[in-house]
Design a protein around this ligand. Sequence first.
Ligand SMILES: Nc1nc2c(c(=O)[nH]1)N[C@H]1C(S)=C(S)[C@@H](COP(=O)(O)OP(=O)(O)OC[C@H]3O[C@@H](n4cnc5c(N)ncnc54)[C@H](O)[C@@H]3O)O[C@H]1N2
Ligand code: MOO
Length: 498
Amino acid sequence: MTTSGNSAGRPPVNDRPSVDGRPPVDGGALGEFDGPGEFNDLGEFNDLGEFDGPAGLDDRDVQEALSLVNEGRTAAVPAPGSPPASPETGHRHHGGTPWQRARALADRAGRSVRAARRNSRATVRVPLEDALGLVLASPLTALTDLPPFDTSAMDGWAVAGPGPWRVRDDGVLAGDAEPAPLADGEATSIATGARIPRDTTAVLRTEHGRLDAAGRLHARRDTGHGQDIRTRGQECRSGDQLLPEGTPVTPPVLGLAAAAGYDTLAVSPRPRVEILVLGDELLTEGRPRDGLIRDALGPMLPPWLRVLGAEVTAVRRLGDDAGALLRAITGSDADLIVTTGGTAAGPVDHVHPILHKAGAELLVDGVQVRPGHPMLLARLQDGRHLVGLPGNPLAAVSGLLTLAQPLLRALGGNSAPDPYALPLAEGVQGHPHDTRLVPVVLRADRARPLHYAGPAMLRGMAAADALAVIPPGGLRAGEESELLDLPWTLAGTGVCFT
Ligand SMILES: Nc1nc2c(c(=O)[nH]1)N[C@H]1C(S)=C(S)[C@@H](COP(=O)(O)OP(=O)(O)OC[C@H]3O[C@@H](n4cnc5c(N)ncnc54)[C@H](O)[C@@H]3O)O[C@H]1N2
Ligand code: MOO
């Protein structure tokens, strides 16, 4: 990852005395926040994801100017770190569900489905190699003692009684069948992991033994009774519970399950997700042309959803055909439908009317988050769910992390990781009311905001290690920001994309 796209070298947003080279603010410019998620002339998040205050004004001036110009009509821009504007101030705001609440509602929706499933005991048994990322549907119980027999912990000699010892010439390797018992005063060479001959009293490590000219084995140091013998059942006895139900299947869980005798695992099935990509303007290959652009979400969402534990059953491109959307929604058997685009109120934004037609219940209709505020979560008549992601690609990422991730996590039986935070390397301007999700790189235990983080951009996101959660009012340099991890930054794509 690179930091070349960030604002290194610039003064932090909070400390900037002014924004140079712009015409002074004029009274006609409004800073409304119910539009496309961007501030206008009085201060906006530019497409580099930075807040540009009005020309020549500091933060206090911005507030003053806004309160003069927008009196009673629009939100003032609070200084970074200041508390969010209260509803009593008469600010106009698009509304929607607060960001944390939206995540909680998505989590709850997933849990309710899971609870219903639990009653129907829906689990699947899959080969070990297909279980990574799923969740154990029943406790992992040892099918054998571990180790299953007494084994040597070291390369050396199995010895019986006090030395010196006569060395037998058979020797035991890992994987050999049960060796002949040792007589008192006898030794035989043994490899790590080999079965211990009956009546062995200890294993003498290679480096602790010496053979004399007559071929007798002497100990260079004392060897205690039972030394370097791993006794049968040291780790577990057959029938012991190794892991509880609900444990996520990680690589070590796969290893433990194999060691304990499993070929398959009972797991909660992967939530099945169908992706419906909306928009007549989308090309699936080549360069943008004639007003058409490339579909960025069709290639991005399936692997991202897989990494979140989903099985992506189909990606369907429906254009702006409302009828096709209705048929796709009502005909799908996926646990979750994810739509992209069409969430706003444009002439071909069909998601809301079609959900209404399909009798869906909107659990979340707009979220107080930037970008991505038109995102939605609906419960369809048959209890399946639909997440509507806004079409702007970074807004879609925001919807994915805000609604789809908690829902899928809960559906799959995973619990949310503890939130974590790091200090910001630079101040980040907040939205007056909404949470902001800002792509950051993590360097030296600091989160540095990236440029090119406008709602329609993926350039900053593609270089990001995480998304910083910026509360209304913003955060100053050095203040801790909650971070949303991107799974591949820790695990690597090769591991995650199962
Ligand atoms: N009058 C208003 N207009 C808009 C508002 C608003 O509140 N009032 N909100 C803006 C915000 S914020 C967003 S985000 C978008 C959400 O729009 P939709 O979900 O309806 O998405 P579209 O209009 O279909 O597309 C928006 C934008 O994204 C491009 N797009 C769509 N799909 C893809 C894709 N798969 N790959 C790449 N780019 C995609 C599309 O061409 C548009 O440029 O609405 C604002 N408008
Ligand atoms: O700005 Mo919109 O918030 O792109 O989702």
